[in-house]
Design a binder for this molecule. Structure first.
Ligand SMILES: O=c1ccn([C@H]2C[C@H](O)[C@@H](COP(=O)(O)OP(=O)(O)OP(=O)(O)O)O2)c(=O)[nH]1
Ligand SMILES: [Mg+2]
Length: 143
């Protein structure tokens, strides 16, 4: 899949770190260090702009190592990048650790994953077909 990308940052283009990697690591594009206090949320710019084919979305996902080691994870769970979005890719971080965390230009703060998506045509009905699970959920089948 070809993705057009504009790089206004002073960092190299994101790359897959291994041949089977799902995500391209996104780097912070900042002119000075950012300090994040415990529970603070900040939008971190990347300097990157993309356009992608119809039927594709991009997701910004947290990096597990950063979440584990520094408590820096994404406040919005997974960031959804709409295929018609032409603005800068931004990463909404939250510091879930008990200490201040410092982010420097070029730090790999999240990862970008491209996925196929379907556009749904909603058809309103009175009843849904029944299934063995029916309405059971949230541990219905046991732990
Ligand atoms: O982590 C993110 C999430 C979103 N976006 C950009 C791309 C996306 O296409 C746009 C809107 O995101 P979303 O739909 O999640 O936000 P919203 O709060 O629903 O805003 P909007 O009303 O603009 O859709 O913001 C990012 O750069 N990073
Ligand atoms: Mg939206």
């Amino acid at each position: 899949m070809k993705i057009n990308i504009v790089n206004k940052s002073n960092n190299p283009l994101p790359k897959y770190e291994t041949s089977g990697a799902s995500g391209l690591d996104l780097k912070a594009f900042i002119s000075s260090d950012i300090i994040m206090k415990p529970l603070e949320r900040k939008i971190i710019p990347t300097g990157l702009y993309i356009s992608m084919p119809n039927g594709i979305e991009a997701q910004i996902r947290s990096r597990s190592g950063l979440s584990y080691k520094k408590g820096l994870t994404m406040a919005n769970g997974i960031g959804t990048i709409d295929s018609d979005y032409r603005g800068e890719l931004k990463v909404l971080l939250v510091n879930l650790s008990t200490e201040d965390q410092i982010i420097k230009n070029g730090d790999r703060i999240a990862q970008l994953v491209f996925c196929k998506i379907e556009s749904a045509q909603l058809k309103e009905v009175e009843f849904l077909d029944d299934t063995k699970r029916s309405e059971g959920g949230f541990g219905h089948t046991g732990i």
